[in-house]
Design a protein around this ligand. Structure first.
Ligand code: FAD
Length: 407
């Protein structure tokens, strides 16, 4: 079977690789000039590797961890807590309090679901869980920043259920691939061989007579027996215009919301002990990470992260990194913050048109399994079809490959 794959992020690459291993011929069409998509590593002038996009690898990210083990890519601990952030007054919530906050959100979500049904926003669930001052609560600030979307536009019940497991099994020790997370994408690409066509954005997908055709921006057409569509959500919403999809699948795609986020990666001189600190009176944070023991890699970087368009607007990103850099330097007095920095604004990045996605207000539980089926000879992959993470993208690619190879 010949399979076309749109998108060479982790989802599309993993789908292509699983299909190729199963003996199928794959051709991957990618709009950008590199593989990896939102998994994109780079180097600061001081030699420090940083992540423009997906960074933290969770303990339960089994597919990603298994691939790293197979590829001989060490994952190093970042040495900071992700859900518990230091405050500028030197306080940090205990793991027990964190567990209580997560459990309170889940309980509030279920109360609201029972009384009102599923159409409840994240803001409504947070207010129900934490009372009128919910926005001042560090956990709530973290939650809103991490979801990267307007809390009025995304579904609080779906999101509370998504994070519920963390209440009992939360482990702080998240990691990152020592060589940069995108080493995973580059290694899959190397093993795939010369099957990725770069600078080839797909603008239309059609299927008829057992064949799938992808038309690209240049007008060229590619045909296969089946296809995986693994482009980011805003692109997918445009591509499905010409496709016949089950109603629930169309609703799941159209109703999902793409969020926006930005990162400022900054070189610091001297020692940068690992610490993640919330910005004072603002819903963004910054972290310095641990030097991996015994590893001869440069260290000394700080990452500021802002999730959501409202927070990003307050940082004046359209004028460049200056304002955000000043704000970061003003409160990270524990570090010597240089002027060497790289700003990545995922709100304006053309290939993804956002950071990652969340279930929209009209989410309903049945949507969670909707991508476990094909639409004709097309399977869908990407973080928006599974879980908004590096691991979720990889898993979605493996699932798409499985769907296409099942008789
Ligand atoms: C700022 C930020 C922080 C994050 N932090 C974390 C984190 O800490 N931990 C974590 O696990 N995850 C994190 N994520 C999420 C994670 O990076 C993504 O979920 C994952 O990389 C998405 O992979 P994907 O394959 O679904 O999409 P992508 O990586 O976006 O891949 C899609 C590919 O399709 C290509 N494409 C686009 N349009 C077309 C077209 N028309 N035709 C052909 N190709 C096209 C794109 O160029 C891209 O290469 C973060 C993301 C961002 C942006």
């Amino acid at each position: 079977m010949k399979v076309l794959v749109a998108g060479a992020g982790l989802a599309g690459l993993n789908a292509a690789w699983e299909l190729q291993k199963a003996g199928h011929v794959v051709e991957v069409l990618e709009s950008n000039t590199r593989v990896g998509g939102r998994c994109w590593s780079d180097t600061l002038p001081n030699g420090e590797i940083f992540e423009h996009g997906g960074e933290f690898i969770d303990v339960n990210d089994h597919t990603l961890r298994r691939l790293c083990a197979e590829f001989g890519l060490p994952i190093v601990g970042l040495g900071i807590s992700f859900d518990r952030r230091w405050q500028v007054d030197g306080s940090i919530m205990s793991p027990e309090v964190l567990g209580d906050h997560i459990a309170a959100l889940a309980a509030a979500a279920e109360r609201l679901a029972a009384s009102r049904g599923y159409r409840v926003s994240l803001r409504e669930v947070a207010r129900e869980a934490y009372g009128p001052d919910y926005e001042k609560l560090p956990y709530c600030q973290k939650l809103f920043a991490t979801t990267t979307c307007d809390p009025d536009q995304i579904n609080g019940i779906a999101i509370a259920r998504m994070f519920q497991g963390h209440a009992k099994s939360y482990v702080e020790h998240r990691g990152r691939v020592l060589a940069g997370n995108d080493a995973v994408a580059r290694e899959i690409h190397r093993r795939l061989g010369d099957v990725v066509r770069f600078g080839t954005p797909v603008v239309e997908v059609r299927q008829a007579d057992g064949q799938v055709t992808m038309r690209t921006a240049s007008g060229a057409e590619f045909t296969g027996d089946a296809a995986v569509i693994a482009v980011p959500l805003p692109k997918l919403k445009r591509l499905i215009a010409t496709l016949d999809l089950p109603d629930l699948m169309r609703k799941a795609i159209e109703g999902r919301v793409m969020g926006a986020a930005a990162k400022l990666n900054i070189a610091v001189s001297g020692e940068a002990p690992p610490k993640g600190i919330q910005a004072p009176n603002a819903p963004w944070w910054s972290w310095s990470t641990a030097a991996p023991e015994g590893c001869d890699v440069a260290r000394g970087s700080l990452t500021s992260y802002a999730g959501g368009r409202a927070t990003m607007a307050s940082l004046k990103l359209e004028e460049g990194p200056g304002h955000w850099l000043d704000l970061t330097r003003a409160y990270r007095t524990d570090l010597t913050v240089s002027d060497d920095c790289v700003l990545t604004n995922w709100g304006t990045e053309p290939h993804a048109e956002g950071a990652y996605s969340m279930p929209g207000l009209d989410w309903e539980p049945a949507q969670d399994r909707v991508f476990d089926q094909k639409a004709g000879a097309i399977a869908f992959a990407g973080e928006h079809t599974r879980f908004a993470s590096l691991n979720g993208a990889l898993e979605s690619g493996a699932r798409a490959a499985r769907l296409l190879t099942l008789i």
